[in-house]
Design a protein around this ligand. Structure first.
Ligand code: ISJ
Length: 96
């Protein structure tokens, strides 16, 4: 049975709202990691914090599982976000 185009439009409207929320949250996350980068620069701290990343991984696993999201997808998202945040922080650390 075909989905009616009304149903399709409604679902796509939901997707657009979800995507907008995801992008705004990502912007918020990168603004926050940028602040952390500035703080690390001031305090001469290392960019990477493996202990923190490990704690985040455990948290991602739990939250993804409870939310019914594929755990490996959540962990790939974590790796991507942290890698990008560290690249940004590296740029902050090396700028004068
Ligand atoms: C943002 C930080 O810097 C790095 C990036 C992280 C992140 O994107 O969440 C976490 C740990 C660090 O390796 C931090 O130390 O909190």
């Amino acid at each position: 049975m075909h989905m009616s185009s009304d149903q399709l439009n409604d679902l796509r409207h939901s997707i657009d709202n979800i995507d907008a929320a995801l992008l705004r949250l990502m912007a918020e996350r990168f603004k926050t990691t940028e602040k952390i980068g500035n703080l690390k620069k001031k305090e001469q701290r290392a960019i990477a914090d493996p202990d923190r990343e490990q704690e985040q991984i455990e948290r991602y696993k739990r939250i993804a599982f409870e939310a019914g999201l594929d755990v490996s997808l959540a962990l790939r998202l974590h790796a991507f976000l942290v890698e990008e945040a560290k690249k940004d922080q590296h740029a902050i650390m090396t700028s004068s």
